[in-house]
Design a protein around this ligand. Structure first.
Ligand SMILES: C[S@@+](CC[C@H](N)C(=O)[O-])C[C@H]1O[C@@H](n2cnc3c(N)ncnc32)[C@H](O)[C@@H]1O
Length: 200
């Protein structure tokens, strides 16, 4: 089993050096969020990225912060700014989130996939939750030796991620290095064939 982030170290997720290394506002811009979107932050932790997501939302918008750890979500609630958008926290495992199919316009999974024993199941679940024109943004550690970060063997190489993404019904819309430790990958659901294409 991959190790899971220790909630006792939760304050490190808001450390100033993290802000320099992972500029949240710039990273979430990749999602092109509209003010009325429903956005899921899966593995939201204490809200480092959720704060930036919430700033993109207006009234009619909704942020759902999902995490398996109640301690992390309690802390997240304290860290979010006031917003006209609706905010909801949901304690759930990323592989089984109790929300309806196609209920999300945008999903963020930042630094969570490497903590999940079955990343493919988590991607499949994100695919189920996304609307057909939705987008999923993944932020992950490059597969290099720590420090900083989790053990090398638990990290997901971009090549492995692309393979899992294609197997679960995604196209790769964008991919880039954020810094020498982290990369981002933007995924979009594979378009369903139009009806007349299928008949022929
Ligand atoms: C390294 S923290 C990253 C938090 C946040 N995304 C950030 O970048 O600041 C990983 C988070 O994923 C959560 N997590 C780990 N496994 C999970 C799972 N199976 N389902 C939901 N959340 C999970 C942990 O509780 C933790 O809050």
């Amino acid at each position: 089993m991959p190790h899971r982030f220790n909630p006792a170290r939760r304050h490190n997720l808001l450390a100033p050096e993290r802000r320099k290394r992972l500029p949240a506002a710039r990273i979430v811009r990749q999602l092109e969020i509209a003010p009325d979107h429903t956005v899921l932050d899966i593995g939201a932790g204490v809200g480092y990225f959720a704060r930036a997501l919430l700033r993109q939302l207006g009234s009619g918008g909704r942020l759902i912060a999902v995490d398996i750890s109640p301690v992390m979500l309690e802390e997240l609630e304290k860290n979010l700014p006031r917003s006209p958008a609706e905010v909801r926290t949901l304690i759930a495992d990323a592989v089984q989130i109790p929300l309806p199919d196609r209920s999300a316009d945008r999903i963020l999974m930042a630094l969570i996939l490497h903590e999940i024993a079955e990343p493919k199941a988590a991607l499949r679940e994100a695919r189920r939750l996304l609307k057909p024109d939705g987008r999923l943004l993944i932020v992950e550690w490059h597969k290099i030796k720590p420090p900083p970060g989790p053990p090398e063997k638990e990290r997901l190489d971009p090549g492995e991620l692309f393979k899992l993404a294609r197997q679960t019904g995604f196209d790769i819309a964008d991919h880039d290095d954020i810094n020498r430790f982290h990369y981002l990958t933007l995924l979009q659901p594979v378009a369903r064939k139009r009806r007349h294409d299928i008949i022929e």
